[in-house]
Design a protein around this ligand. Structure first.
Ligand code: URA
Length: 208
């Protein structure tokens, strides 16, 4: 399934600011939210429209509004939370589920510790958000869990990905479209993206 790289100059510029180790927590958090908004703009490009009729102050207009399934946003805790504001600024009616997954430091396996989804999640299109697609293990596990709940249409949105993560995710879930701002060179021995931004969660929440 398709891989979308959002190479808009504003996205690329803001990603460069994110990379800078001197960018502080407040600015980093704002940038994550802004980049998420731009990527969401592309990820929602295929939302179906229907024609309606309404009156402008001048005339009756045939005009378009979004139709079809409603959206749910699912951030992967905790760094994914940083992208929620940006996405909901474009789709304010979206419901929000949460999934908590951590990486077992010994095996690098994804371990789910939390899941709370909107009751009608199976009737929604779901966009999963996590700023970093590193090994792909968390994204793969999150998508597996959400598919189990009956969701058919899932997109995955991140800001920076590794080639390894993209490959793993495409292999595990070929039906899921991936939206990313950039693909970096690879992973280091600690499974951080190189050059990346460091630990996105720590930088969003100021925990280091
Ligand atoms: N998670 C992060 O926050 N950063 C990485 O580089 C990889 C995973």
């Amino acid at each position: 399934m398709a891989l979308h790289i959002i190479d808009h100059p504003l996205v690329q510029h803001k990603i460069s600011l994110l990379r800078d180790k001197n960018t502080g927590t407040k600015e980093f958090r704002e940038l994550v939210s802004e980049v998420a908004m731009f990527i969401c703009y592309e990820a929602t490009r295929d939302l179906p429209l229907k024609e309606i009729e309404l009156e402008t102050p001048i005339a009756v207009a045939k005009t378009k509004v979004i139709s079809g399934k409603k959206l749910a946003i699912v951030p992967i805790l905790r760094a994914g939370l940083g992208m929620v504001d940006g996405v909901t600024s474009l789709v304010p009616a979206a419901k929000i589920g949460h999934i908590g997954i951590f990486r077992d430091p010994g095996t690098n396996d994804a371990v789910q510790y939390y899941s709370k989804m909107p009751e009608d999640i199976d009737e929604r299109e779901v966009i999963i958000v996590d700023p970093m697609l590193a090994t792909g293990n968390s994204a793969t596990a999150a998508i597996t869990e959400i598919k189990k709940l009956g969701v058919k249409n899932i997109k995955f949105m991140c800001i920076i990905s590794s080639p390894e993560g993209v490959e793993a995710l495409q292999k595990a879930h070929p039906d899921v479209e991936i939206y990313t701002g950039v693909i970096d060179s690879g992973l280091n021995e600690d499974k951080y993206i190189v050059p990346g931004v460091g630990d996105a969660g720590d930088r969003i929440f100021g925990t280091k």
